[in-house]
Design a protein around this ligand. Structure first.
Ligand code: NAI
Length: 412
């Protein structure tokens, strides 16, 4: 179905679910969106289907399931914001085919993860988890045995991306030497040095910290063989993804004193909610000098506030300007301002000949096109055209007659 939206903010309904940080609502209001409806919880499926039918922009966290069926009811929806990292709760392909870009906030909690990892490095090298456990059992063990400063030690970062690089900067400020291993050539921050071979990094590091994505290559990247390459006085930290470390092999290394300690924030299987009936177990429960946390590396108040701003700004930018940069399911177009012109957005099925039909509309009208942008992704194409104000209404009609059109909007 072809839908047309003219740009009138007073007619745009913003629906924010799941108790988002107040910064999200404030961002919309500051941008001139007055119809912002905030709901503190996730909606049940029927209520959700009713609510999305009226919404132009919707903000959710992880508990709202925007399935293909729900999206089919969302006739007015122009964009979805996932105010979190993951986007599994949205049927991304179905959204794209309906011309709906989906945004998220992949980097807002970078600092939170880096801080936690650095703190864990300090605690593990001092043997604090083991000493904490003993003293709570009434056992007093004052000793400097296996207790080290992190100053002067080597941090080995595996995956020198946003988090790994930021961790390296913080660690240098604490006096650590930083080496890293990445499959992509990276710019060294500070005095960090790249190490070509992962085995060398494992052998030279006192703290090994993982910051890679979950891919076929990183599945059990650290297993028994890799753990055996580490110093017995070294510690391992994984706040990346659960599949990256073989936890049975890690438990074995810790129990046999082949490693000083470990901090684990992510697991191969994690409960989907805090209300799970089953007790959560890992092979590491009985190991000494281990810190276990429930995937909270990025969970801080600051990260929540950053996420609210980042995603709300992306939604406002798309709604105001048409830019789709960083959309997770949609052709990405970075657009400048367009003073003095109208901007037509044309989302269409990516079929041969559509662009020439679009251009025929403008040439038949003898319209003055100031700028044109095109990007495609899989089965969807996105064309943006800036043109003189008086041409926009007839041009829009012409674009809507193109058979492959999914939806159109005009911004001014
Ligand atoms: P990023 O994409 O910025 O960096 C990942 C880096 O790993 C890239 O430089 C990439 O080239 C590198 N890499 C990929 N495959 C590799 C391999 N086989 N060997 C070595 N390097 C490899 O990602 P970012 O934002 O730094 O996140 C890193 C990880 O942290 C992700 O898995 C993410 O899901 C996780 N994360 C965990 C959080 C938590 O709460 N514990 C919160 C935020 C992110």
């Amino acid at each position: 179905m072809t839908r047309q939206y003219s740009f009138d903010k007073s007619r745009i309904n913003v629906l924010l679910l799941e108790g988002l940080d107040p910064g999200a609502e404030a961002t919309f209001r500051a941008a001139g969106y007055d119809h912002v409806d905030c709901v503190t919880h996730a909606l049940a499926p029927d209520a959700l289907a009713d609510a999305v039918a009226n919404a132009h922009l919707i903000g959710i966290r992880s508990r709202t399931q925007l399935t293909a069926d729900v999206l089919a009811r969302a006739d007015r929806l122009i964009a979805v914001g996932c105010f979190c990292i993951g986007t599994n709760q949205v049927d991304l392909d179905a959204a794209r085919r309906r011309g709906i870009p989906v945004f998220n906030a992949p980097f807002s909690n970078t600092r939170s993860v880096a801080e936690l990892v650095l703190a864990e490095a300090v605690l593990l090298l001092r043997g604090i988890p083991a000493r904490d456990r003993l003293i709570k059992q009434g056992i007093w063990r004052k000793s400097a045995e296996h207790a080290y400063e992190i100053r002067g030690k080597t941090l080995g970062v595996i995956g020198y991306g946003n988090i790994g690089a930021q961790l390296g900067v913080l660690a240098e400020a604490m006096g650590m030497h930083v080496v890293y291993h990445d499959i992509v050539k990276k710019l060294n921050l500070g005095n960090a040095a790249a190490v070509e071979d992962l085995r060398d990094l494992l052998a030279m590091s006192d703290v090994v910290s993982l910051h890679v994505p979950a891919t076929a290559d990183t599945d059990h990247l650290i297993g028994a063989r890799e753990l055996a390459m580490m110093k017995p006085t070294a510690v391992l930290i994984n706040a990346s993804r659960g599949c990256v470390v073989d936890l049975d092999a890690l438990a074995d290394a810790l129990r046999h004193g082949r490693l000083l300690g470990a901090a684990i924030d992510v697991y191969p299987e994690e409960p989907t909610s805090n209300q799970s009936d089953e007790p959560f177990r890992t092979p590491l429960h009985e190991c000494p000098n281990v810190i276990l946390t429930p995937h909270i590396g990025g969970s801080t108040q600051e990260a929540q506030a950053n996420i609210a701003l980042e995603v709300a700004e992306k939604l406002v930018r798309y709604s105001d300007n048409g830019s789709t940069m960083t959309a997770v399911n949609f052709p990405e177009v970075a657009l400048s301002e367009h003073p003095g012109t109208h901007r037509l957005l044309h989302i269409h099925r990516n079929e041969p000949g559509v662009l020439s039909r679009i251009n025929t509309v403008f040439s038949d009208m003898n319209a003055n096109v100031a700028a044109q942008y095109l990007q495609t992704r899989d089965d969807v194409g996105y064309v943006v055209i800036d043109l003189d104000a008086e041409d926009s209404a007839p041009a829009l009609e012409g674009l809507q007659r193109i058979e492959a059109t999914i939806r159109t909007r005009v911004l001014f």
